[in-house]
Ligand binder design. Structure first.
Ligand code: FAD
Length: 596
């Protein structure tokens, strides 16, 4: 268990490292150094990590990270723990911290380098038993006004809003870093934002967004919840902007988004949401995050939820809530067993990979059901046709906007409207040979080699890694990707004619921007992948959790992908992030005011 805020982190780091050095006695047999201060660096995720190591003749006295540019949200735990572990164990045989392995390895390499300069016996340092981490002295009981389970977009929005409304807050996050699926996301945020959409001549309305969301989910979504989501999305953007988040002026259509109303943050992927909300938590008193703390059970007292039981590396922790608990644990896309149990609409999903982070395992649904919460639509699982064939992730996708991209099968032919619903596109893909498609775009999508896709990767890097292909003619591209050149050229020619007509293609496509006619041309392979779980805990428009008896469960709120009933059978691309922020804020506000 680790407290997140770096002010404590820094003080804690200094104290723990100093204490460990003082307590470490007597010197370990075999270690011998030339006493002094040594510095070394190694390249981490974002750049060099430089350390300063102080040794005397027989022991490592201190390890200090003096310079780094790693992302604080991801790397803090590694930067805190590894120096402590090195001193406690007088070893460099220290495990990398999950979720921050690149940082961990670089840090260990830099420390090893410094100790080698000091004349340390490398073999001995690398083979001494792995250091245990300082876990003693952690409290087993805490009490705050609001406990939030899950440190993704919904949980952090809920925590910040609850704190702004006067509550003390603890966020429990089971992973060693914040962010969940939110930080991995493409960052596309659907909103009827007149000022930005008008800049690009796009007509839109709240009614259109509501209708598309409802119809897009086969009218299975709850219209009241949909209306809350759509009507509050613009306010959510303003709130995030007030907290310091920046959005680009461009507006685009996400695959399966059905309309050009997606804002793109300035920061890559979903990092802007997490960095912005994390920065608030870091700066304010009375709100904190406990990483590597897994909530296991909701505590009931007289029918009311009054706290959470959790496990940490140090043991059990109980966090009691004066006001309420908010469940924001995300979906279950990474839980194959749970997917298989509820799946009725797809062929077996057992061997289908996922876009989700490994912590998306449905814990919140299980905990809420155990105390009588109602669940809705668990069988509604969304697949995308755009997974990386090797990993299932969305990285490597080269479609930057639906209106500039086509999909072709292994025969070089289009087979679906690329602007269709996600389930429609995925089902169509499953009928193609090997369930495989090529995304095809031209220079309009990537004017330069360092233009980035929606996942912050440059097209040059994707081509260099063999994850995308580039050619100066359509014929050459067809040969590179091993599809029939005649079919491929005919497909693109017919598509370009449809772009000119703004319609009339064989698949009913309506979203057109540019022809695919300017070299270089690009293609990238894609396959079906599990992406989103639409079902989950039943809530009302106040984000209160509804029980199987139809009554609300006092003291319990839920927000984000852990909830069900909003997106029906099919979530529109770009609708999940507004869902997390809008309902996260509602849950946070109502939890802060839910005094017993
Ligand atoms: P998460 O962000 O997943 O956060 C849940 C957190 O709870 C996690 O950190 C998890 O570790 C933690 N947790 C789970 N169980 C426990 C437990 N027992 N104890 C403590 N903590 C726990 N949507 C869009 O609208 N636009 C996009 O561009 C977009 N792109 C996407 C791209 C990818 C690759 C993925 C995977 C999804 C994308 N989505 C997108 C969907 C969207 O990102 C998610 O639906 C949304 O971020 C979910 O937010 P959340 O806060 O509900 O859950």
């Amino acid at each position: 268990m680790k407290k997140f805020t770096s002010k404590y982190l820094v003080v804690g780091l200094v104290l723990v490292v100093a204490l460990a050095a003082i307590l470490w006695w007597p010197s370990e047999e075999g270690l011998s150094f030339t006493a002094g201060t040594y510095s070394a660096s190694a390249v981490g995720f974002n750049g060099p990590i430089r350390v300063e190591v102080v040794v005397d003749r027989a022991k490592i006295n201190s390890v200090r990270v003096v310079e780094h540019t790693e992302s604080r949200l991801i790397a803090d735990v590694a930067l805190l723990r590894i120096p402590v572990a090195v001193i406690e164990g007088q070893t460099v045989a220290v495990d990398a911290v999950a979720g921050a392995t690149v940082t961990s390895r670089a840090l260990i390499a830099a420390i090893t380098d410094a100790l080698t300069q000091a004349g340390g016996n490398l073999t001995l340092l690398q083979t001494r038993p792995v250091a245990g981490l300082a876990q003693q002295g952690q409290p087993t009981e805490r009490r705050v006004d609001v406990v939030v389970i899950g440190g993704g977009g919904a949980g952090l929005a809920a925590a910040v809003q609850a704190h702004q409304d006067g509550a003390t807050v603890i966020v429990l996050e089971k992973m060693p870093r914040l962010g969940g699926n939110t930080i991995l996301s493409g960052g596309a945020f659907n909103v009827v934002d007149e000022s930005r959409q008008k800049l690009h001549g796009i007509e839109d309305s709240v009614e259109r967004h509501v209708t598309q969301t409802y119809e897009g989910g086969d009218r299975l979504g709850n219209l009241d919840l949909i209306r809350v989501l759509v009507e509050n999305a613009a306010g959510a953007v303003r709130w995030l902007e007030e907290l310091g988040m920046k959005f680009q002026d461009s507006v685009f259509t996400v695959p399966g988004g059905m309309w050009a109303r997606a804002l793109r943050p300035v920061a890559p992927l979903g990092t802007g949401f997490i960095e912005t909300l994390g920065a608030y938590i870091e700066k304010e008193e009375g709100i904190e995050v406990l990483l590597e703390t897994t909530a296991t059970e909701l505590i009931l007292d007289g029918g009311r939820v009054v706290g959470v039981k959790a496990t940490t590396a140090a043991g059990q922790l109980t966090v009691r809530a004066n006001n309420a608990v908010i469940v924001a644990t995300g979906g279950f896309g990474a839980n194959v067993e749970m997917r298989d149990k509820v799946n009725v609409h797809w062929p077996s999903l057992t061997n289908i990979k996922t876009t989700n982070h490994p912590g998306a395992t449905g814990d919140g649904i299980r905990m809420a059901e155990a105390i009588g919460a109602s669940v809705v639509g668990l069988d509604q699982i969304q697949l995308l046709p755009l997974g990386d064939p090797a990993t299932g992730s969305l990285s490597g996708s080269i479609g930057r906007s639906v209106d500039t991209t086509i999909y072709v099968n292994k025969d070089g032919k289009r087979f679906v409207n690329e602007g269709a619903r996600r389930d429609v596109m995925t089902r169509a893909l499953m009928e193609q040979r090997d369930s495989a498609l090529w995304e095809v775009v031209d220079r309009d999508s990537f004017p330069t080699g360092d233009t980035r896709n929606n996942f912050a990767e440059t097209i040059d890097s994707l081509v260099a890694q063999g994850r995308a292909f580039r050619a100066d003619s359509l014929e050459e591209l067809a040969r590179l990707i091993n599809v029939n050149p005649a079919n491929f050229i005919q497909t693109v020619t017919e598509f370009n004619a449809a772009v000119e007509r703004k319609g009339g293609d064989a698949f009913g496509r309506t979203l057109f921007a540019d022809k695919i006619d300017t070299a270089p041309f690009y293609a990238a392979p894609r396959t079906p992948t599990v992406h989103h779980t639409m079902g989950g805990i039943a809530i009302n428009t106040s984000a209160e959790v509804v029980g199987t008896n139809g009554q609300i469960i006092p003291g319990l709120f839920a927000a984000g992908e852990v909830t069900g009933g909003i997106h029906g059978s099919n979530r529109l691309g770009g609708n999940a992030l507004p869902d997390t922020i809008v309902f996260g804020r509602i849950a946070g506000r109502n939890a802060a005011n839910a005094r017993r």
